[in-house]
Design a protein around this ligand. Structure first.
Ligand code: PMP
Length: 400
């Protein structure tokens, strides 16, 4: 018999498996709060008008479909790095940031993991927050790193700064700490500016490497510059720092797979050596990245008027989500909930970490066709004025 007949069934992805169950559900009033993708007030995907305008310009210009180089579209990389690190970043102006375009944030994290596996000593562990985006774990494990957890969310639902600082100090020097730059997924709970300073100092003192995963720049406050404050602090503090940047959420370019991986180096010569090694990882894996999304981001960020309009569009997404937090909490109260839901309005970013148990989540899906991940995370972007009441009534029915 063929070897294929012995291939076992793989487990469904924690998040995408539930998204598939939603698709199969035939109930007309089903609600999808699973995947972190922005929806407009009518529940539809939203292509940013600035992205549409950039697309028109590329077509009008007769943009060709030639290969990018292994590292991607150079103009895009310049704009993307400035967008993340800010125009005042010392390492950028000194030309010592090695960067490549990646297959969105996931591709950036995976490439970083492969780079760590190749150049850090064998046995180096990657520390991820407890909880974290579930895909972080197989990304680092598949690259051959051991994955360990650092404390993040306290039992009181707040950021456990003391726990995290302790875990930073107790990890072996030279470990990799994966940090969420802003709008932490899944908790929606971020460190304060003062917390970040302490985290930065502790990481430096303990001699850890850091990978900043920035998948939601602009989604925390609505202001992309403000959301990069932690990254700027870390970049200026002199860390061994890598950045995984995604344009999936903040530019609505989910399926275009556009992002970057960058490493802050000691000088331009070191950056050049690091880039040469990133190219050696990329070339046998996918040769070169797709160009369309990168050209769109470059177009928007290169034009002052489009950039200003983009800032408004980004802010409008963050504002709608924030409005939906308030609406959902009001509907929960109107539906007679006796519970305190203030964490839903306190949290920021794409998600609310409701505190619902796995059993309550299952009941929401089975009995009420309201879909969410079994850790109680809901995508606030899936909430709108039409479905907030239905969602609230379902939550009250399963959780009181
Ligand atoms: N990191 C985190 C924390 C995320 O939430 C996501 C998106 N779910 C990503 C990285 C990567 O997403 P993408 O590959 O679509 O950019």
């Amino acid at each position: 018999s063929s070897y294929l007949s012995k291939v076992p069934q793989g487990a469904a992805d924690k998040i995408l498996g539930i998204a598939q169950a939603f698709q199969r559900d035939e109930r007309a009033d089903k609600v999808n709060l699973v995947v972190g993708a922005y929806r407009d007030g009518g529940g539809s995907p939203w292509v940013l008008p600035t992205v549409r305008e950039a697309e028109q310009r590329l077509i009008a210009r007769g943009q060709n479909k030639e290969y990018a180089s292994i590292v991607g579209v150079p103009a895009f990389l310049d704009r993307a790095l400035e967008f993340a690190y800010g125009p005042g970043c010392t390492a950028l102006s000194e030309g010592r940031v090695a960067a490549v375009q990646t297959l969105s944030g996931t591709g950036a994290c995976r490439l970083a993991a492969d780079f760590y596996a190749r150049f850090l000593p064998p046995g180096t562990a990657a520390y991820v927050s407890e909880p974290t985006w579930p895909n972080h774990i197989p990304i680092f494990e598949t690259a051959g790193l051991e994955v360990r957890k650092y404390r993040y969310l306290g039992a009181d639902g707040r950021f456990d700064v003391e726990g995290m600082l302790e875990d930073i100090g107790q990890a072996p020097a030279g470990s990799v700490f994966v940090l969420h730059a802003c709008a932490h997924n899944p908790t929606g709970v971020d460190p304060t500016a003062a917390d970040w300073k302490r985290i930065s100092d502790a990481l430096l003192a303990a001699g850890q490497h850091i990978l900043v995963d920035m998948a939601y720049q602009g989604f925390a406050s609505g202001d992309a510059r403000r959301d990069a404050a932690a990254l700027s602090l870390l970049a200026e503090a002199g860390h061994s720092l890598a950045l995984a940047q995604s344009f999936a959420k903040n530019f609505g370019l989910y399926g275009e797979r556009v992002g970057s991986l960058s490493l802050v180096c000691a000088d331009a010569a070191e950056a050049s050596r690091v880039e040469s090694q990133l190219k050696l990882l990329i070339r046998p894996m996918y040769s070169s990245p797709p160009i369309h999304g990168a050209l769109l981001v470059n177009e928007v960020l290169s034009d002052a008027a489009l950039r200003a309009q983009y800032d408004d569009e980004c802010a409008s997404m963050a504002r709608r989500i924030s409005d939906m937090r308030a609406l959902l909490v009001a509907e929960l109260s109107a539906a007679g909930s006796q519970r305190d839901w203030s964490h839903v309005t306190d949290q920021i970013g794409m998600f609310a970490y409701t505190g619902l148990t796995a059993a309550q989540c299952d009941a929401l899906m089975e009995e009420h066709a309201v879909y969410l991940t079994r850790d109680g995370r809901i995508s606030m972007a899936g909430v709108n004025e039409q479905n907030a009441g239905v969602i609230a009534a379902a939550i009250v029915a399963v959780a009181g």
